[in-house]
Design a protein around this ligand. Structure first.
Ligand SMILES: NC(=O)c1ccc[n+]([C@@H]2O[C@H](COP(=O)([O-])OP(=O)(O)OC[C@H]3O[C@@H](n4cnc5c(N)ncnc54)[C@H](OP(=O)(O)O)[C@@H]3O)[C@@H](O)[C@H]2O)c1
Length: 350
């Protein structure tokens, strides 16, 4: 007798993350029975291909969770906040990629390579996936923390447009179209502002620019993205007082978040020791040979699963600190893949 395969719902199937989620479940081990696709009423009736078959998109409603074992939520915070409890009340385990529950004490925040055991304790029936920027660095930081004992992190992010969803993707392409033919724009202060048209979800032009602000403004001049990195890293590593400073910057890259990381540890860490730990850890690829121009760039890692690490250096002023550069696909490990890995860990429970 063959075991029944669990039923999966993908809520937000038409968005930037949902589209990659469909690709991820279509190309990984075929552990799911029925796969139900759900989005807003705007998308109801659209047909999308999952595992080679066309599936009709359903409008979000309580009934879509009937018989669902696991529901992936790839929707804005407010939609998750309202609907994830509805799915959980109908018996589905929810894996939520929004920011709605990440800091809830009753909701584990899980990265399978770092804290897989946290997924078992989920009193609300909800598991959260970290923010895509935290996820771009946490597998590398977690591996180094296990080996050397992390004391402090100082990071700067280089975040892609698709981190702001389909609207971010559409905006960057549209702005690039507007400036592509010009040989003058970008040479005078402020001229990009008039040239690129709509700023979309960004607070300044993104094409031909870098924008030192992502998310919304919080107390003390910090951005919400910077606080997410701090709070989520502390929760995942189980170090509530870890010192963390982040500066989040949006760059004109379509997909692939990068971070420059300065990490201080409890003991001395040579460049070689850090490279050895990073090259042995699951989920990481060490790409670190600058003499041969080998280091990760978002253009080279987009569409791949691992976190890529390079430019590993021991700090010149502190033998207990290392600096390195990480890149990861914000839509794959930064969202859909991390969720798929958690879901696959849970399959034996259904
Ligand atoms: N982009 C990233 O790199 C990334 C990474 C990690 C986590 N996240 C998080 O993942 C979630 C999805 O992000 P995204 O980038 O995929 O956004 P997106 O491209 O804007 O897609 C949003 C999705 O939510 C659906 N939706 C919106 N309002 C809805 C409603 N009232 N009822 C049902 N469905 C609704 C949309 O359906 P329609 O097409 O029908 O409007 C669409 O499928 C967000 O919480 C985001 O913060 C994003």
């Amino acid at each position: 007798m063959t075991a029944r395969k669990p039923t999966l719902a993908i809520v937000g199937a038409t968005g930037a993350v949902g589209t990659v989620m469909i690709d991820v479940v279509s190309t990984r081990d075929d552990v799911w029975g029925e796969i139900r696709l759900v989005a807003s009423p705007r998308s109801a009736g659209r047909r999308l291909r999952v595992r080679g078959r066309e599936v009709e998109v359903l409008a979000l409603a309580p009934e879509v969770f009937e018989g669902v074992d696991l529901a992936m939520f790839d929707v804005p915070d407010e939609v998750s906040r309202e609907w994830a409890p509805v799915a959980a009340a109908r018996g589905a385990v929810v894996i939520d990629k929004s920011g709605a529950f990440r800091m809830d004490d009753q909701v584990p925040l899980v990265v399978p390579e770092v804290n897989p055991g946290h997924a078992a304790l989920r009193p609300k029936g909800i598991i959260s996936v970290p923010n895509c920027t935290t996820l771009a660095m946490i597998v590398a930081v977690g591996a180094l923390h296990r080996a050397f004992g992390l004391r402090e992190l100082v990071v700067a992010s280089y975040q892609a447009a698709s981190g702001a969803g389909q609207a971010g993707i559409d905006t960057l392409y549209a702005q690039m179209d507007k400036v592509a033919g010009s040989r003058t724009v970008g040479q005078r202060a402020g001229d990009l502002r008039g040239a690129v048209g709509d700023f979309g979800p960004f607070p300044a032009p993104l094409a031909m620019n870098v924008v030192p602000f992502a998310g919304s403004l919080r107390d003390g001049g910090w951005s919400s993205e910077e606080l997410k990195i701090r709070n989520e890293t502390r929760k995942i590593l189980g170090k509530p007082r870890l010192k963390i400073t982040a500066t989040c910057v949006r760059v004109p890259v379509l997909t692939g978040h990068s971070l420059a990381v300065h990490a201080e540890f409890a003991r001395d860490v040579s460049r070689f020791d850090a490279q050895r730990v990073l090259s042995d850890a699951p989920g990481l690829v060490l790409c670190d040979d600058p003499e041969r121009d080998e280091f990760p760039t978002p253009a080279d890692v987009v569409g791949t699963d691992p976190t890529w690490v390079g430019r590993v250096r021991q700090s010149l002023d502190d033998p207990k600190a290392v600096d390195f550069f990480v890149c990861g696909d914000n839509l794959r490990k930064g969202a859909a893949l991390n969720a798929a890995q958690i879901a696959e860990m849970l399959v034996p429970e259904f």
